[in-house]
Ligand binder design. Structure first.
Ligand SMILES: [Zn+2]
Length: 186
């Protein structure tokens, strides 16, 4: 009966915002807005990109493809399928901080190819403690900062979401956010 009722409301209205029905929706649809967007600026290349990744009918494959391209390994242009949940998590952190959806998140690192990851490990540079099985290599991590937002505020907002791993790199000026196991370091 309840299922039927919800199905009917979905057919009639699309957006479900009423009472208990909300909790039955997939996590992605819990967002207040029917549409989710995210925008970035790659700090190494100054490339900017902005895509809608979720809409009334679910994940937006074209938008996700644009994000896969934008979040590619900028060192060798290798791409992967980024985890859509990561896009959702980053947009939720942004919203929590009161930052507008069109504001560009500074991207320090997105996808990392195996070649780049091993080069960084050997050099011991940029990302202290680069793991052999980095979430960056799985398309599940970004290193970011948000213009106009203090880094510790971004850090606290990321931790509060409990959406995965959060690493704090104040000396390097970024926060690592991934959709792996919930954990923290730094
Ligand atoms: Zn990272």
């Amino acid at each position: 009966m309840l299922d039927f009722e919800i199905g009917r409301r979905r057919l009639l209205g699309g957006a479900l915002t009423l009472g208990a029905a909300t909790v039955l929706l997939p996590k992605a649809a819990l967002a207040a807005l029917p549409e989710r967007r995210i925008a970035f600026r790659n700090i190494h290349t100054s490339e900017t990109f902005d895509a809608r990744f979720f809409g009334a009918s679910g994940w937006d494959e074209q938008g996700l493809a644009e994000l896969n391209h934008g979040l590619r390994d900028w060192r060798n242009n290798a791409t992967t399928s980024m985890d859509p949940q990561l896009m959702l998590l980053l947009s939720q952190i942004r919203d929590k901080l009161g930052v507008a959806p069109q504001a560009k998140i500074d991207l320090i690192s997105g996808y990392r190819s195996p070649q780049t990851n091993s080069a960084l490990r050997e050099r011991g540079g940029e990302h202290t403690g680069v793991a052999s099985k980095s979430q960056h290599m799985l398309g599940k991590a970004t290193d970011i900062r948000m213009p106009g937002v203090a880094l510790d505020q971004l850090h606290m907002a990321a931790l509060s979401m409990q959406g995965g791993g959060v690493g704090y790199y104040p000396k390097d000026g970024f926060v690592h956010v991934d959709t792996g196991r919930v954990r923290r370091w730094g």
